[in-house]
Write a protein that binds this ligand. Structure first.
Ligand code: MN
Length: 254
């Protein structure tokens, strides 16, 4: 089994090493192609306005000066001699739950895999609070990664779908189990922008630092994480809201 690993935290991120440890429990045919710098929040962006460089860091190990989507595209079209059987993206430093996933470079790398018709799985490690820097513990992901991936390796998946996995911010022995759940809802409407001044006296702004309001609806990824479970959510690329088609068609006289 040939596995491609990527992420959005950059090719040198600790979470990518954790992912490699997990993936090597399934195969020795591991390829890594990841952004050279952190790309968290890059979503599904594709670099169109500047050149993208490819750097070989070692055997089957590459860095791309672009986004997670660039890295997967580069891996599939330029780097790998044959397509992988599976693409794993992560392990992200931080949650990708609820509506966060539209911002997520980690999930978007998996989306790019799904678009290419390849089984794709995003993995994220939730952490307890902001300000932990490089000290975010990946213990839950390391201990539970293979256990949650094993049934997904050959599970029947529809085309244009992918899997989103989140590990709770708990020590491995505190994790209660694995739940298959739907995507929850985050309320971003009251999000603040943190303002400060840089050492040269200029104003700067920082997004994404406030605790996000969320609704712990039953059966959601947010609830599962809150209750100490690994959350597994199947996602689809079709964003159409089907029941609105009829309503709008009526408005347009259809
Ligand atoms: Mn990230």
């Amino acid at each position: 089994m040939r596995i491609l690993l990527t992420n959005d935290d950059g090719v040198h991120a600790p979470g990518l090493k954790v992912l490699e440890e997990i993936a090597r429990q399934f195969s020795d045919d591991i390829w890594i192609c990841a952004p050279s710098e952190e790309q968290s929040g890059a979503g599904h962006s594709l670099t169109l306005t500047r050149p993208v460089r490819l750097h070989k860091l070692g055997e089957r190990r590459f860095a791309v000066t672009g986004t997670p989507t660039d890295a997967v595209m580069m891996a599939l079209r330029t780097v790998m001699p044959a397509p992988p059987d599976i693409i794993l993206s992560g392990v992200n430093r931080g949650a990708n739950l609820g509506d966060d996933i539209t911002y997520s470079g980690t999930v978007s790398a998996a989306i790019e895999g799904a678009l290419a018709g390849i089984r794709a799985i995003a993995l994220s490690q939730v952490y307890a609070r902001e300000g932990m820097g490089d000290d975010v513990p990946f213990g839950a992901a390391r201990a539970w990664g293979a256990r949650v991936l094993q049934p997904l390796i050959d599970a029947p998946l529809a085309e244009r779908t992918l899997i989103n996995i989140n590990f709770p911010a708990l020590a491995p022995e505190e994790v209660k189990g694995i739940r298959v759940v739907r995507q929850g809802f985050h309320d971003y409407s009251r999000g603040t922008v943190v303002e400060g001044r840089d050492p040269r006296g200029y104003r700067y702004f920082w997004f994404g630092l406030d605790p996000i309001e969320h609704t712990l609806d039953h059966g959601t990824d947010l609830e599962a994480i809150e209750e100490g479970y690994v959350a597994v959510t199947p996602l689809q690329l079709d964003l159409t809201h089907y029941s609105t088609i009829g309503i709008l068609a009526e408005r347009f006289g259809g």
